[in-house]
Design a protein around this ligand. Structure first.
Ligand code: CA
Length: 427
């Protein structure tokens, strides 16, 4: 089912809890604007009111005009506060080792909307929350089981049982060859105590947090990625999606309205999940380019990022998850890309990955400018971020600015105000 128009998309996206927040935002906004009118209001609106008073002296008309103006401003404000969902990328992985429960708890407390789970299968077919098909860059597997690497020297998640994997110590990500940290400013490698978890354990963890947090009415969702189905097929595990969907169903994630997204880089696998496995979950097609795809992958991203490919994908996914750099073109100035336009044309959600405040923001001058471009200009519906608190504080600052009337929402608001002024004065 398609939902035309952005507001419907936001409704669909945020589900019942979010709808309540959305309506509350409008009501609070109306009240705030009423108060602003009685004290000081931004220039355009003050001008409209004062000019009106010169021309007319009809109290009822002033009241009526105020109500209409409040409505215009608030419609605009609501439109202007583009509220993307914030997805804790592997948790709050900018601060604590990825895919550990402390990292997920921190992201939760920072206020994310969704927590991400990457899934690879264990030897005993249990979905493990881990980013790689390898264990050797986030755990101490090489020292605990030194003889169990394959001929290429790598330790594969699928060669170990869930029990063995859970007994390993997890760490901040490091290079398996050198042992050096990938992100040098983050949590130190091999310090403190962390563990990996199964998908079921993490879903229970999220359900527990949502239950304990009931006073805040926060209902954080799951954002599950099936990793490398083509690799799993080479290991006689072509049923990884069936196994993952089975666990999700057990935890009541079965339909579009449930608080979950299912993502995958293998676009054909998403097609299979929708049409053969008949899943009703919201699906997100992750995108990259052919040079950066997994060594096992045959997915042709040149096709899937073309307009015809996006149109094709829109018949079975709800949105795309491109690398953020695929959404703009830079030629001295930054402009939306063709992929962006195609996704908008076919009404797909856009959830770019991965925002990192400790990475180079080029071609943006700062990380905040980067957030501004994606949130306020492209109005993406969600984003994956390693430091969720940075995006959440950006959104809060933005909302305060708008509510205080410091940001007037562009020409459309001015146009409507002038049009309204003319109607009221001359009719
Ligand atoms: Ca992922």
């Amino acid at each position: 089912m398609r939902f035309p128009g952005r507001i419907n998309i936001i409704y669909y996206h945020r589900e019942k809890q979010r709808e309540r927040n959305y309506l509350t935002t409008i009501l609070i906004g109306l009240l705030q604007n009423f108060l602003l009118f009685t004290t000081s209001i931004n220039a355009t609106n003050r001008l409209v009111i004062s000019l009106y008073n010169i021309e007319k002296n009809d109290f009822n008309r002033i009241i009526f005009s105020c109500i209409i103006l409040f409505a215009i401003i608030n419609l605009e404000n609501t439109r202007a506060i583009s509220i993307p969902i914030i997805i804790g990328h592997r948790g709050a992985s900018g601060y604590l080792p990825e895919h550990t429960l402390p990292s997920k708890a921190l992201a939760y407390s920072q206020g994310v909307d969704y927590l991400e789970q990457d899934i690879a299968l264990s030897k005993d077919n249990i979905p493990i929350v881990i980013h790689d098909i390898y264990l050797d860059e986030v755990t101490n597997v090489a020292s605990v089981y030194p003889t169990r690497s394959r001929s290429n020297g790598r330790f594969y998640t699928i060669d170990f049982t869930a029990e063995e994997i859970k007994s390993l110590r997890a760490s901040e990500r490091f290079d398996h060859r050198t042992g050096n940290a990938i992100f040098t400013q983050r949590f130190p490698v091999n310090k403190s105590i962390f563990h990996l978890n199964t998908l079921a354990e993490e879903l229970e963890f999220i359900a527990g947090l949502n239950r304990a947090n009931i006073d805040n009415r926060k209902h954080v969702g799951a954002y599950v990625e099936i990793k490398d189905p083509s690799f799993h097929r080479t290991q006689n595990r072509s049923n990884i999606s069936e196994i993952v969907l089975g666990i999700l169903a057990k935890y009541n994630y079965t339909k579009r309205s449930d608080n979950i997204f299912l993502q995958c880089f293998d676009i054909e696998e998403l097609q299979r999940i929708r049409f053969e496995l008949k899943s009703d979950l919201k699906l997100i097609g992750l995108l990259t380019d052919n040079e950066d795809r997994s060594e096992y992958s045959k997915t042709d991203y040149t096709y899937w990022t073309s307009e015809i490919g996006v149109q094709d994908m829109a018949t079975f996914v709800d949105g795309i998850g491109p690398h953020h750099s695929q959404l703009y073109e830079f030629d001295g100035t930054i402009a939306p890309s063709k992929l962006y336009s195609s996704a908008r044309k076919y009404q797909l959600f856009i959830h770019p990955y991965t925002f990192r405040s400790d990475a180079d923001p080029q071609p943006f001058s700062t990380f905040t400018k980067k957030l501004e471009f994606f949130i306020d200009e492209l109005r993406v519906e969600g984003l994956f971020i390693d430091q969720p608190d940075k995006a959440i504080s950006y959104l809060k600052t933005r909302r305060v600015q708008i509510n205080q009337g410091q940001i007037l929402q562009g020409n459309f608001s001015v146009f409507l105000s002038i049009l309204f002024f003319i109607i009221v004065c001359f009719l």
